[in-house]
Design a protein around this ligand. Structure first.
Ligand code: ADP
Ligand code: MG
Length: 384
C-alpha cells in the first residue's frame, strides 16, 4: 500500500468515510534573503517534500483536524465570533479557515487528517505547507474557484495575524505557485512571478547546520528598522524612493554619505542582492548554472559581511562545501543566525558531496548535519 492509500486508510479509521487527498510543498530559497520586506525579488523553489491532507466535507459548520505527527485532534466551530489562538500546531489550520472566511470565501465544515514529510522547524517552511494544504483542501471541498495568489495571501495573513509570526509572502507563494524542476522568481512588490527551469544536471542540496542562535528574532526587527532608516534618509534626496527596491548602487555611491557606516552596509546588501536575484533567474533560464552558483557565493559573502546575519557554523558549512568538486554555489538560506545552507551541486557529484560535507562539518564542529537532496516539486494540488 502506497503512502497516499495509507493516509486515506487512516482517515477512514479516524473519521470514517472516504476522503480526497491534497498536497502542498515546502520550499527552499535559492537566493534573495531579506529582500522580501524591501519590496524586492526572491527566487525560491517548491520542494518534492509535502504536507498531505486527506479531507472530506461534513454537514455541520465545524472543522476537525488530526495531525499524525502531533497525534492530536482539534475541533472548532467555523462560526465562532471570536476565534482565539491556542499557541499550538492547530493555529496554522484554524488561522487559515479564519482568514479564508474574512476574505469572503464561503468554506464549509470538514474533517482533515494531516501528514507531512517536510522537516519541521528547519526553515523549509513546513508551516506554509500546512497552511496552503489546509486552504487548498477547504476551498476545493466547498467547490470555490482556484486563485492561488489569493490563497497564498490568506495563508500569509493566517501566519501573520493568527499564529503571530511576521513573515513575508514568499513561503506561501512558492507552495502555491511552484512547479516541478522550476524556480520561481517573485517580485515581492507587484507579486508578479516567472517560472524558470533548473537544469536537470544540477541538484539542490540542503544542509542543516543544526544550530539556531537566539539572535534571529530580535535581529530581524533591527534589520527591518535599519532598512527603513536608509529609505527615510535616501528618499529625502531621491523622491522616487519608497523602498530599498527603488535604490541602485549608483544612488548608494552618490548618497551613501547620508547613511551611517552600518546602515550603508545593510542597504548595500539589499541593493546588490536584488540585482543578484534577477541575474540568477536569467542565468538559470539560459542554462548557465555556473553563473547562478557564483551569484549564490556572492550572496553569502554579502549576508556575512554587509548584512551580518550569518554565524560561525554556517560559514564553516559554506566554506567546506565550496571546496568540494562539483559544487557550483553554496550559501545560507533563510532568516539567518543558523538554519540551513543551500548548495547547487552537479548531479554526478552529489554522492561525494554528501559524504564529504557530513564528515568535514562533523570534524570541524562536532555536529552531524542532516542533508536533503531536492528537486523542485509541483505546487499545491489535488493528489488523487
Ligand atoms: P518551518 O516552517 O521552518 O518548518 P515553523 O516554526 O515556521 O518552522 O513551523 C513549524 C510548525 O508548524 C510546527 O511547530 C507545527 O506547529 C506546525 N506544523 C508543521 N507541519 C505540521 C504537521 N504535519 N502537523 C502538525 N503541525 C505541523
Ligand atoms: Mg515557517
Amino acid at each position: 500500500m502506497g503512502a497516499r492509500d495509507a493516509l486515506i486508510e487512516r482517515f477512514r479509521n479516524i473519521f470514517g468515510g472516504e476522503a480526497r487527498l491534497y498536497r502542498a510543498p515546502g520550499r527552499v530559497n535559492l537566493i534573495g534573503e531579506h529582500t522580501d520586506y524591501n519590496g524586492g525579488f526572491v527566487l525560491p523553489a517548491a520542494l518534492e517534500q509535502c504536507t498531505w491532507i486527506a479531507a472530506a466535507p461534513r454537514p455541520e459548520r465545524r472543522l476537525r483536524a488530526h495531525s499524525l505527527r502531533e497525534k492530536t485532534t482539534l475541533e472548532f466551530d467555523l462560526d465562532d465570533p471570536a476565534p482565539t489562538p491556542r499557541h499550538d500546531w492547530s493555529d496554522y489550520v484554524r488561522g487559515v479557515a479564519v482568514m479564508l472566511q474574512r476574505d469572503n470565501q464561503a468554506i464549509g465544515g470538514a474533517d482533515l487528517v494531516i501528514d507531512s514529510d517536510v522537516p519541521i522547524g528547519s526553515g523549509l517552511s513546513s508551516s506554509a505547507a500546512l497552511e496552503v494544504a489546509t486552504g487548498f483542501a477547504l476551498l476545493d471541498l466547498a467547490h470555490l474557484p482556484e486563485d492561488r495568489t489569493r490563497l497564498a495571501l490568506s495563508c500569509q495573513r493566517a501566519e501573520n495575524e493568527f499564529v503571530g509570526m511576521r513573515c513575508g509572502v514568499m513561503d506561501q507563494f512558492a507552495s502555491c505557485h511552484g512547479a516541478a524542476d522550476r524556480a520561481l522568481l517573485i517580485d515581492c512588490r507587484s507579486l508578479e512571478f516567472r517560472l524558470t527551469p533548473i537544469d536537470p544536471s544540477v541538484r539542490l542540496v540542503i544542509c542543516n547546520s543544526m544550530v539556531h542562535h537566539e539572535l534571529a528574532g530580535s535581529q530581524y526587527n533591527v534589520r527591518r528598522a535599519q532598512c527603513e532608516e536608509a529609505v527615510a534618509r535616501l528618499s529625502a534626496v531621491l523622491p522616487g524612493v519608497r523602498e530599498l527596491r527603488d535604490v541602485t548602487m549608483d544612488d548608494l555611491t552618490r548618497h551613501g554619505g547620508l547613511l551611517s557606516e552600518v546602515v550603508l552596509r545593510r542597504a548595500r546588501h539589499i541593493v546588490t542582492e536584488n540585482e543578484r536575484v534577477v541575474r540568477a533567474a536569467d542565468a538559470l533560464a539560459a542554462g548557465e548554472v555556473e553563473t547562478c552558483g557564483r551569484l549564490m557565493r556572492e550572496s553569502h559573502v554579502s549576508m556575512r559581511d554587509d548584512y551580518e546575519i550569518s554565524c560561525k557554523e554556517i560559514d564553516i558549512l559554506v566554506d567546506l562545501a565550496s571546496k568540494i568538486p562539483g559544487v557550483l554555489g553554496a550559501r545560507m538560506t533563510g532568516g539567518g543566525f543558523g538554519g540551513c545552507t543551500i548548495n547547487l551541486v552537479r548531479v554526478d557529484a552529489v554522492e561525494r558531496f554528501g559524504a564529504e560535507i557530513a564528515e568535514s562539518y562533523k570534524a570541524a564542529t562536532g555536529i552531524t548535519a542532516p542533508l536533503l537532496v531536492c528537486r523542485p516539486g509541483a505546487g499545491a494540488g489535488v493528489a488523487n
